[in-house]
Design a protein around this ligand. Structure first.
Ligand code: FAD
Length: 314
């Protein structure tokens, strides 16, 4: 007689995603003596950070890889467990959730979703090298300071880049818009931003050119063949959200595809929390970390109280 496989153990909490948000949540949960498993697909956006200079506590800068290594070490030190998995479904069941990745399943009373977003990059084989040396920069709030007084290009649909160009104008006198969409007008919302940007001295090159990379810097080859070279180019081509699995479980989304959460980081599904870039409008490590602290503390308060027994009463 064949036996059906045993149901996976019911955990206190599962954290999905091991970027700065998920790793911080795991550390907090373990320090509340909650059992906590981190399921992660291994592609944190923070891995792209060549050197961050705005992470609290790192006055001399820190690379994304090193930051993740330290945060993972901290979570492990307090007993967080990790498994490599790309979760494809979250289902409510009785008083908790069932998560699955293909045939594999896990169960927990609470779930913290920390799955981030993925940047859309220019279609080219060199983008990784260009990000690593700062020729391509993906987040002006993160690193425009490092581009101060240099030649900056802003690449993307005209409707999106005008406001970013204006923002970057407070870092450099040499900012140029590089529109990807020939024949387009900026659209109602962006007309004013474009006017202000132009008035502030932001240059505008003809749309529809191509980005190139020579190993150190990016250039924009215009439709007429003229080439302009920049110390840094910021592409604004959007990002893919990872909120779909939570939406499929019934969680409400904002208009821009991030998850709606309350002040305690709870989604519209009780017991399902969301933190970091998958939620935030300001995609920053410090925001992700703060949201993780709030969510983990809420999870701890939601779970049944467990009086501690034993110990050596130090
Ligand atoms: C080039 C660059 C430079 C940056 N510089 C800075 C900076 O200087 N300062 C700063 O504060 N911020 C910076 N950022 C932003 C920062 O990296 C993000 O805000 C931060 O990584 C968000 O953390 P997170 O934990 O929410 O998401 P992430 O770090 O993206 O982690 C999400 C994790 O979830 C996993 N995942 C996704 N879907 C699933 C799934 N279905 N199942 C299992 N796992 C899943 C992913 O593989 C990943 O490991 C920078 C970003 C880039 C790209």
């Amino acid at each position: 007689m064949s036996q059906s496989p045993a149901a996976p153990a019911m955990l206190d909490a599962i954290v999905v995603g091991a970027g700065p948000a998920g790793l911080t949540a795991a550390t907090y949960l373990r320090r509340f003596h909650r059992d906590c498993l981190v399921l992660d697909a291994g592609d944190s956006r923070a891995r792209w950070i060549p050197e961050s200079n705005n992470c609290p506590g790192f006055p001399h800068g820190v690379s994304g890889d090193e930051l993740l290594r330290l945060m993972r070490e901290q979570a492990r030190k307090f007993g967080a467990r990790f498994e490599h998995a790309e979760i494809d479904a979250i289902r409510r069941q009785n008083d908790g959730f069932v998560l699955s990745a293909g045939p594999r399943q896990w169960r927990a009373h609470c779930v913290i979703l920390a799955t981030g977003v993925a940047d859309t990059l220019p279609e080219a084989s060199w983008t990784g090298d260009a990000v690593a040396c700062g020729a391509l920069r993906l987040c002006a709030v993160c690193d425009a300071w490092e581009a101060t007084d240099s030649r900056i290009g802003v690449y993307g649909p005209l409707a999106d880049i005008a406001a970013h160009g204006l923002f970057l104008r407070s870092y450099s006198e040499h900012v140029t818009l590089l529109p990807t969409d020939p024949g387009s007008s900026p659209g109602d919302g962006a007309v004013e931003a474009l006017r202000q940007a132009r008035e502030a001295g932001v240059a505008l090159l003809p749309a529809g050119g191509r980005l190139e990379f020579d190993g150190e810097r990016c250039s924009y080859r215009g439709p007429d063949g003229t080439v302009a070279t920049f110390d840094s180019v910021y592409p604004y081509l959007g990002a893919r959200t990872s909120a779909g699995i939570a939406a499929a479980a019934g969680a409400e989304l904002t208009g821009d595809g991030t998850l709606v959460v309350d002040a305690g980081q709870t989604t519209s599904v009780p017991g399902l929390y969301a933190i970091g870039d998958v939620v935030s409008g300001l995609n920053q490590v410090s925001v992700a970390v703060g949201q993780a602290a709030v969510a983990a503390t809420r999870v701890h308060a939601r779970l049944p109280h467990v009086p501690r027994v034993g110990g050596d009463a130090r």
